[in-house]
Design a protein around this ligand. Structure first.
Ligand SMILES: Cc1ncc(C[n+]2csc(CCOP(=O)(O)OP(=O)(O)O)c2C)c(N)n1
Ligand SMILES: [Mg+2]
Length: 285
């Protein structure tokens, strides 16, 4: 039976009307249906935040982890069962702030998972504090004198050797669905920064603000996403023009490829020999 969007129907979202998260949720479901991935073959792991609620609104295997921690959980699951498609999701605070360390090292190790960051440039769940991507001067309760300069997630991902680095926009759902399909199909760590207007707590980076600036890289045939220096340069564009699409892509061996224990059956399908476990336990005594 072909996979349909209804197979993924979850609870009714509790996000604000107009939230960019709706576009991201639709794009993800569209991508999964197009790729024909049934819900029982998918695991979506999230952190904490408005973005972290996304798995509640899907019917599939889900895990709502701690703030900043979707990646270690997603990686553990992929190592245990590489037959699962594993997607980690979270906000900019979750991924670039509290979970920043996990993010950098997951990219470096090239785990075979997809990571989608809903980048609304604010802490939305906790009601509007500045995040690592809030624009310089962004006024909030924690930055009464304006936020300091933001990090550049795309440049950081290229520097950390992520093998797939892309940017989507919640206001361009079909384009985003296409990027998610490419990210899931890529073998290795796929990092997707998704521009997501927050209609309640970010009155600077609105749909209108983005619509004036975003353009699609796919139309530029001269851009070569395998060129690392060109990718760094592209990642600097922001204030006037904001590129959407694949910024950097280079295939390299995954972390899982290098694990001898994973060469045969997935771990969950390997038999456990109690005698070996007893011997290992005895060594600790
Ligand atoms: C260990 C820990 N630190 C802090 C918090 C409080 N907290 C919950 S969500 C959040 C930030 C949410 O911002 P973001 O990750 O950008 O997600 P958004 O709500 O914007 O989608 C914070 C600081 C927490 N729950 N746990
Ligand atoms: Mg946020």
């Amino acid at each position: 039976m072909p996979v349909t969007i209804n197979d993924y129907a979850g609870l009714q979202p509790a996000w604000c009307p107009g939230c960019g998260n709706f576009g991201i949720l639709s794009a993800l479901k569209m991508a999964l249906v197009d790729l024909g991935i049934p819900p029982h073959k998918l695991l979506v792991v999230s952190g904490i935040g408005q973005a972290g609620k996304l798995p509640h609104y899907m019917k599939c295997n889900t895990f709502n982890s701690l703030h900043g921690c979707p990646l270690p959980v997603a990686i553990g699951a992929k190592i245990a069962n590489r037959e699962l498609v594993v997607i980690a999701v979270g906000g900019d605070g979750d991924g670039y702030g509290e979970g920043g360390n996990h993010w950098i090292h997951s990219m470096r190790r090239n785990h075979d998972i997809t990571y989608m960051v809903h980048n609304n440039q604010v802490y939305a769940l906790t009601r509007g504090q500045a995040s690592p991507t809030s624009g310089a001067g962004f006024f909030s309760k924690t930055t009464p004198e304006g936020a300091p300069a933001p990090i550049n997630p795309l440049a950081l991902a290229v520097a950390s050797n992520a093998s797939f680095v892309a940017r989507g926009f919640a206001g361009e759902v079909e384009h985003l669905a296409g990027l998610i399909k490419l990210a899931i199909s890529h073998k290795g760590f796929s990092f997707l920064d998704i521009l997501q207007p927050c209609v309640t707590f970010n009155h600077v980076n609105t749909y209108e603000w983005f619509k004036k600036r975003v353009y699609k890289l796919d139309a530029d045939k001269s851009y070569d996403p395998s060129n690392k220096l060109a990718a760094f340069e592209k990642a600097q564009e922001w204030d006037e023009r904001i590129p959407l699409g694949i910024i950097y892509r280079k295939q390299r061996p995954t972390y899982e490829d290098s694990m001898i224990a994973l060469a045969g059956l997935p771990l969950v399908k390997q038999s456990i020999e109690p005698a070996r476990v007893e011997k290992m336990m005895a060594d600790f005594l």
